[in-house]
Design a protein around this ligand. Structure first.
Ligand SMILES: Nc1ncnc2c1ncn2[C@@H]1O[C@H](COP(=O)(O)OP(=O)(O)OP(=O)(O)O)[C@@H](O)[C@H]1O
Length: 117
């Protein structure tokens, strides 16, 4: 399947996004949080740097969540049985999402503190 046109590859990527949204409740929760943050940004109209910083952190969370979902899907397909190493791989991927969320929370807290100052 190498050498596909850009439009086809874009279609594959959009298909992946649709699948992930349909299958992963935590991704839907993060998308909801991102929408709420967008509403806050539109209401408060902070400096462009805040838009960039918060967009980066939200993007980090969503990308981590998507990779986590892709890995879980692959592992469950290749190795449906229980194995400690499968559990370890899933937990490490979940750890990546947790780190991304912690960064997003820190950025959100800095944004709130800046607003109060
Ligand atoms: N095949 C397996 N072998 C060993 N441990 C597993 C296996 N599958 C899951 N686990 C353990 O159970 C935890 C939860 O697994 P699960 O696949 O339900 O992930 P989840 O993050 O809850 O996913 P979901 O997004 O589907 O809710 C994993 O992080 C891992 O510790």
């Amino acid at each position: 399947m190498k050498g596909q046109s850009f439009i086809k590859r874009l279609g594959f990527a959009l298909h992946g996004l649709r699948l992930a949204v349909a299958r992963e409740r935590s991704l839907r929760t993060h998308l909801l949080a991102a929408t709420a943050l967008l509403a806050v940004l539109l209401a408060t109209r902070p400096a462009p740097l805040w838009w960039a910083l918060l967009a980066l952190t939200v993007g980090l969370v969503l990308v981590a969540e998507l990779f986590n979902s892709a890995l879980e899907t692959l592992l469950d397909h290749l190795h449906p049985d229980q194995h400690p190493e499968i559990g370890a791989a899933k937990d490490i991927a979940a750890g990546a999402v947790l780190v991304a969320c912690a960064v997003a929370v820190l950025a959100g807290a800095a944004f709130l503190l800046d607003g109060l100052a």
